[in-house]
Design a protein around this ligand. Structure first.
Ligand code: AMP
Length: 196
């Protein structure tokens, strides 16, 4: 892997991607998974899989997801705790879509424990009109206009406070998401000072 990535750290390269809906987090998480050789952990994907498989969890969250609301923090902590306990997450991970609330940020710290610390929280910034344009162009099945608007409101209310939280902790790295996919990736890697 980016051996340089892990050097000097006691734990793996533990990353969080933060950004509004349609900021390109998921796309970047996928690319970074390949480039850094650490798993991307997308809570949205995990919940969609549960929903599609019709598990008990899936049944419970499908209505919440369909309306653009957030699944409760305790359920999310359980999902993330279980996932991070898997051996492939030991060398680091890219969290995409978690944490999304301040309590979730604290849960994540608990899950990691005192010996393991986040390396960085990458905020992908995109102007609002571009986000709306992307949302409308995308037309994912659950992307009706009302749900899209709800998602943005929830982001502003619940998730945006994490920006200040992580900035205070000195973990925030801000990246311009209004560029080509490749340019965004390069800027992220530059911010992380990772050579791959
Ligand atoms: P995403 O693909 O990340 O936009 O996630 C899709 C949906 O899954 C969200 O609109 C939420 O309903 C739910 N979800 C994903 N991650 C979380 C999280 N960390 N906390 C609460 N709900 C989540």
């Amino acid at each position: 892997m980016g051996a340089a990535a892990a050097e000097g750290t006691t734990n793996g390269l533990d990353l969080v991607l933060l950004g509004p809906p349609n900021s390109g987090k998921g796309t970047q998480a996928e690319i970074l998974e390949e480039r850094l050789e650490i798993p991307k952990i997308s809570t949205g994907d995990m919940l969609r899989e549960a929903r599609d498989a019709g598990t008990e969890l899936g049944e419970r969250v499908q209505e919440i997801m369909a309306t653009g609301k957030l699944v409760d923090d305790e359920t999310m902590a359980e999902i993330v705790r279980t996932r991070l306990a898997k051996p492939d997450a030991r060398q680091g991970f890219i969290l995409d879509g978690y944490p999304r609330t301040l309590p979730q940020a604290r849960h994540l710290e608990e899950i990691l424990g005192s010996s393991e610390k986040l390396e960085a929280v990458v905020l992908i910034q995109v102007p609002e009109d571009e986000l709306v344009r992307r949302a409308l162009a995308r037309g994912r099945e659950d992307d009706q206009e009302e749900v899209v608007r709800k998602r943005f409101r929830v982001y502003a209310e619940k998730t945006e406070p994490l920006v200040g939280y992580y900035r205070k902790l000195g973990l925030l790295r801000e990246v311009d998401g209004d560029q080509s996919i490749a340019e965004v990736t390069e800027q992220i890697l530059e911010e992380l000072k990772v050579e791959v």
